[in-house]
Structures are given as C-alpha cells and as structure tokens.
Ligand binder design. Structure first.
Ligand SMILES: Cc1cc2nc3c(=O)[nH]c(=O)nc-3n(C[C@H](O)[C@H](O)[C@H](O)COP(=O)(O)OP(=O)(O)OC[C@H]3O[C@@H](n4cnc5c(N)ncnc54)[C@H](O)[C@@H]3O)c2cc1C
Length: 526
C-alpha cells in the first residue's frame, strides 16, 4: 500500500483534460500544484520510545520485527480516509506511532501488552491500514508513547473443516490471499469490500465490515463463527457451536471493537463452495424511488441476489458505478441497478427468473449483462480515482449510513441537504451522489460520494461538512456508520447512537479486559 495514496503505484490513474474541464465548469475545481513528495521529506515528530524500551520490545519479538525507522512509522501513521491522505500531503510535522512492532505469536502479543501497560505506551492494532474513520490515528491520550502492533505475520489458513464449511483464518490475512487459500480447496469466503485488495480478516472483524456481496453472503459478522482475542487481561476464545443459548454472545462484543478491547488473532468463518454459476445483469429504473421500491420487493419476496445495488440519478449520470467510463456510455436518464446471482447452476437460474419477474413488475428495464460486467471489472478501483481527483484540486470523500425502508427517503434528503448547505455555504457547491449497496429485509444502507472544489484548508472544509452530515444522520434517525466503523471520526456521535447507559456498558467491558486503557485510546468509546 502506498504511504500517501491508495493501493499500488502502478495502478494510479490521472484525469483526462475533458474531465478536468468538466470539473472546472461544473464545480469550479482548479488544478493545484502540489508537488509530489518523497517519503523521506515528510517531517515526523521524533519517536518517544527510549533505547531501553526499544531493546525490551525487540527482546520480545526479535530485532527485525521492531522498528522506529522513518518509513515504517510513516506507513502506519493513519488509514486511508480523505483526511488521512490530505494530512500525508502536509508539509507540517505529522504524528506517527513511536515504534512499530510485528509479533508472530499470541504469547508475544500478551507480553507486548503487559510491557506497554507497565510503561505507559498506547497500542494501536494495525492490519491492512485501510481504516476510513481515523481508527489507526496514533492517539497518545494520557500515555507517553504509541506502539503500532502490525498483525501481518498472522497470515495462515489454520484449519478448513469442509464438512461444516468453517475456515479458521489468521487475522492478518488480506482479502485476496483468503480467497486464494480457500479457492485451492474449492471454497470461498465471499467478503468483498471495496478495500478488499488490502484489508484483512482481523480488520473485517474489528470493524463489522460489509462487502459488496452482502445481500447473498451477509455482512462479516454474519460469517463469524468464533474468534480468538488476546486482551491485557487474558485470552478469550468465543463461539463453541454454530448456535448456543449460553447467555449473550461474547464474540459479538469483539466484532466491531476496533482494537479497543483486544487484539484479534484468529477468526473462524463460515465459507461456501466456489460458485458454479455467476449471472450479472444491469437494470434501468425511471427514478430512485421506483428503484428503491423494487429492491425492497426483492428482499421481501425472497429472490435475493448475491450483489444488489442501485445508483441514484446523479451517480448514474456521471457513470460512477462503472467509473472507468465516467462521462462515457452512461445509462441515459433514470437510475442504474446491478444484480449478480451466484450459486449452483440450477439454483442461480431459478433465482434469476424469480428476480427478473419482481424487478420488471416494479418498473425495471433490463440492460443485459454489460453494466454488471463493467461494474465487476472496476469494482475495487474507485479509490484510485479519488487520488486522481484530489491531485486535480477536487475535494472528494464518501460517507455511509443505514435506516429502515420507511425512513430511507427522509434520511437521504436530510444528508444531501446538510452536505449541500455546508459546502455551498463555504463557497464550494458540491455534487452529492448516492447509492444503495447493502439491503436487508427491514431496510438498506445509503452510500454518499461528495465532490467539490478544494479550498485553501480542505481538512477544515471537509470537517465542517462531515459534522453537518453526522448531525443530520442522527437527527433523521440513521446510524452514524453502516460499515466504515467509528474510529476517531464518528466517536462524537457514539453517545447519540447508543445512549449514556450504552457508553457505561462499553466502558465497563473495557475496564474489565484493558484496565490500564492502553488499547487504541481515543477510538470508538466516548
Ligand atoms: C477506499 C476505501 C474503501 C472501503 N470500502 C469498504 C467497504 O466496502 N466495506 C467496508 O466494510 N469497509 C470499507 N472500508 C473501510 C475499511 O477498509 C474497513 O474498515 C476494513 O475492515 C479495515 O480492515 P484493515 O485490515 O485495513 O484494518 P485496519 O485499517 O488496519 O484497522 C481498522 C481498525 O481495526 C483495528 N484492528 C485491525 N486489526 C485488528 C486486530 N487484529 N485486532 C483488533 N483490532 C484490529 C484497528 O486498530 C483499527 O481501529 C473502505 C476504506 C477505504 C479507504
């Protein structure tokens, strides 16, 4: 992963003059001359760990897995939100963890946690580094230093129980390697977030992640059968059986705990055979309301696709759903939906026929397999487009929420209004695009993409817009996050989300497993 942008250098892209012209005309975006910077030119605050502390940590994991080197610290100084990327471009001194440690065993993690608790060092678990909410910020809080605990060595397929369809996976395994290892045995996990190429099993569990095939295979927490977590108070191993009435599900406490309660080392997940058949189709609806009603009907009538998404008129217009073709080959007018069905050949064919009948009776026109195939080809590439837009002087960021079907239109209108008013009020009227990418029997998520001209201080500009959107989400009854998690960025709204007693419960759990409070301070728990 690049230190100052998404992904791999060879996949980075630039905007054509045509698109730059369009951005200037529509949004007043003017190209900024931000010269490319070398990693070694970034100024980091000096490491606060002493020689003795470094030696003690190296004695636990071995010297080559313990570093205060500039590049190692820089690479783990945050995640990949737009704010993170803008910060990386700053010429001012930047925060970074004081030391990076890469443990290889649970015993080493336990020893590191003990050492940090005794030496006033905060610990930030780090996996794929794709947090979009400040979950990896090196927050020092009341501690003297911050240690980044990189989980990359927990990278094996530990067990595959083919009778039960359960795989035990190391927390540091990135998405593509999970599919590769399971694929070798004819199985698949089916978890494909947009960050799939870099994010990991531990990160998915720690953030309650949701992938593009969530309609078919569920969210990550639906896949989790159990997990092992090293906490400062000991090891927890949850999930003895596929179902249990033995009290509240303790595993659920750690799914979504964002590194604040323990370090996840292994996750047991439900897996399924690699699909025999895949059928993709694009659909046109006259408007978003009609499309939304059709998606709701699909969920209620049971012919649920594996992938189900619907872009609004604006997103369809700029062709963001198939973003490699922005401005080209757009569906003219209306809204584009994509369905993908996976499974055995017979079962897929049955579901496709049922779904087609439902969609067509709710106003859909088939566009054939083209739009679905285009979407599939570019589905992990949108973050590269964000980098190109930032380079071209645009401010671009996404945010997401969810609510019930009955409240979806109200929530969408409230968030769009808040973003438009905030950014227009700052002199940079935005383009606000929206799509539904995750659906449930009772409701759906809304995913917004916002593009406008960058001001002199884009971090302040976006922070104001984000605050307006967060307030609007809570006031309109949505959740502050459907899948990006809480981190630092959504923490101001956690009390609204879970109430005073909810905060007390979370703090009590934290006190029980992390009495010194060293694990990921400043994140999730207000
Ligand atoms: C461009 C982009 C697209 C994205 N698309 C999606 C999407 O489609 N769906 C989605 O759900 N999310 C998405 N995200 C958010 C992000 O990818 C997810 O939150 C992902 O699950 C993080 O995994 P990671 O391995 O990168 O974790 P990291 O970013 O390294 O860590 C995320 C959080 O989990 C904690 N953590 C990490 N590993 C462990 C561990 N082993 N034990 C305990 N705590 C741990 C960290 O401290 C941090 O708070 C996107 C982010 C970006 C930047």
């Amino acid at each position: 992963m690049k230190w100052d942008a998404w992904g791999l250098a060879e996949k980075s892209t630039t905007l054509s003059d045509g698109i730059k012209g369009l951005l200037q005309q529509a949004l007043g975006v003017t190209t900024r001359q931000t010269p490319e910077r070398a990693a070694e030119d970034v100024v980091l605050a000096a490491s606060a760990v002493s020689e003795d502390q470094l030696a003690a940590l190296a004695a636990i994991v071995g010297e080559r897995f313990c570093s205060t080197a500039h590049y190692d610290r820089l690479l783990r100084s945050g995640g990949k939100s737009t704010i993170d990327l803008l910060r990386r471009r700053s010429t001012e001194q930047q925060n970074a963890p004081d030391v990076v440690v890469i443990p290889g065993t649970e015993a080493e993690i336990a020893e590191i946690l003990d050492y940090c608790a005794d030496n006033s060092i905060a610990v930030v678990p780090f996996s794929g580094g794709s947090s979009a909410v400040g979950g990896l910020d090196p927050v020092r809080d009341r501690f003297d230093a911050v240690l980044s605990l990189d989980m990359r060595r927990f990278d094996s397929l530990i067990d595959l129980d083919t009778d039960s369809g359960i795989a035990t996976l190391g927390a540091g395994l990135p998405g593509p390697r999970v599919e590769e290892r399971l694929g070798a045995h004819g199985f698949s996990l089916g978890h494909f977030p947009q960050s799939f190429m870099f994010s990991t099993i531990g990160g998915f569990a720690a953030t309650r992640s949701s992938g593009q095939s969530s309609a078919g295979y569920g969210r990550f927490e639906d896949m989790v059968q159990g997990l092992r977590v090293v906490t400062p108070a000991g090891i927890l191993d949850t999930g003895r059986a596929p179902a249990s009435a033995a009290g509240p599900d303790l595993g659920e406490l750690f799914v979504g705990s964002e590194g604040t309660l323990g370090v996840i080392t292994q996750v047991r997940v439900r897996v399924h055979p690699v699909p025999e058949s895949v059928v993709r189709e694009g659909w046109r609806f006259p408007d978003f309301e009609t499309g939304t009603a059709a998606l709701r009907a699909l969920r209620h009538e049971g012919a649920v696709p594996t992938v189900l998404r619907l872009s609004d008129e604006a997103e369809t217009g700029v062709n963001l759903a198939t973003h490699d073709k922005i401005g080209k080959e757009a569906v003219t007018g209306g809204c584009l939906a994509i369905t993908t069905f996976e499974g055995t050949t017979d079962h897929t064919a049955q579901r496709v026929a049922q779904a087609r009948a439902v969609l067509q009776s709710h106003g859909a026109t088939s566009l054939g397999e083209g739009p679905g195939n285009n979407w599939e080809r570019g589905r992990f590439d949108a973050p590269y487009l964000r980098d190109a837009l930032l380079d071209a002087g645009a401010l671009v960021e996404t945010l997401e929420t969810a609510t019930t079907w009955s409240n979806l239109a109200t929530l969408r209108a409230a968030v769009t209004k808040a973003l438009t008013e905030s950014l227009s009020g700052q002199g940079t009227p935005p383009l606000v695009l929206c799509h539904i990418s995750h659906t449930y029997a009772t409701g759906a998520s809304l995913y917004f993409t916002i593009v406008c001209a960058q001001k002199e201080d884009p971090i302040d500009q976006w922070s104001k817009a984000k605050t307006a959107a967060g307030d609007a989400i809570i006031a309109a009854g949505g959740t502050i996050t459907h899948h990006h998690a809480v981190g630092v960025d959504h923490r101001p709204w956690m009390r609204d989300e879970i109430g005073d007693l909810g905060v007390t419960v979370l703090r009590a759990v934290k006190n029980a497993v992390d009495p010194a409070g060293i694990l990921n301070p400043g994140k999730l728990i207000p």
